[in-house]
Design a protein around this ligand. Sequence first.
Ligand SMILES: Nc1ncnc2c1ncn2[C@@H]1O[C@H](COP(=O)(O)OP(=O)(O)OP(=O)(O)O)[C@@H](O)[C@H]1O
Length: 279
Amino acid sequence: MRVTDLHKHYGPKHAVDGISFEVPAGQVFALLGPNGAGKSTTVEVLEGYRARTSGQVSVLGADPGRPTPAWRARIGIVAQSTKDLSDLTVTEVVRQFATFYPHPRRPEAVIEQVGLADDARTRASALSGGRRRRLDVALGIIGDPELLFLDEPTTGFDPEARREFWALVQLLAADGTTILLTTHYLDEVEVLADALAVIDRGRIVATGTPATLGDRDRAPATVRWRDAGGTWRTELTGEPAALVGRLHAAGGEPDGLSVHRPTLEDAYLSLLTPAEVSR
Ligand SMILES: Nc1ncnc2c1ncn2[C@@H]1O[C@H](COP(=O)(O)OP(=O)(O)OP(=O)(O)O)[C@@H](O)[C@H]1O
């Protein structure tokens, strides 16, 4: 998937203002950014559901501005807003969606994989919010997509469900599915994403990997320990191992020792303009 100088204007509003990025096949790529940054607009353009103002976009080798049914069948979508599912049971809904695709996965296997086997006979409209979201995921992957769009997929999940979902995404990724993930959860990005881009006010302000975003891997580390007199000491250093070595040489194992580098969240927040952070 390749995006080059993409613009989307809503009247005078430049929701997407010249963004470029590339997602190699098989990669899990995360789009991060505050509310209103332009993530959903970008994703909708890539999914073929929103016309762009200008720029070049290639998704699975085709222009999503001219979507064909064959191209759509190769894509899975878990959108932010969920579909209205009337009175069908989980199994009925998944089976029905399977008929829309030329090479669907087995409905029962997909229901099992998203952890809904216990609710297979439950009416979709009666599911709790988090379990409803699992059904959305099931419907996103029933067509066995080469490319999967996940727009804030774990919103409303309890911690256990999030971890189960992460395991599922890792399975899909290991199978070679390319995944474009939009999320506000930085731990999710850290666990799942091979690469990411941060969007702020319609522009990409940084790209990288979760480990290197904003050069956080090279940022000074904060070393904290309690000295022999019991006083807490804090030192910022580019060579934490050397400092810890000196401390150990001088007095053995330092009491309460910790070494801290900026987290992904620290790096992310430092990339945004202050107005966005406090908003
Ligand atoms: N149909 C529309 N008409 C006019 N403005 C729109 C429309 N859709 C989105 N916008 C505006 O475009 C900007 C980008 O919105 P978008 O939904 O793409 O952001 P987002 O990064 O996905 O935000 P969130 O994290 O809240 O989902 C926002 O200022 C939004 O108000």
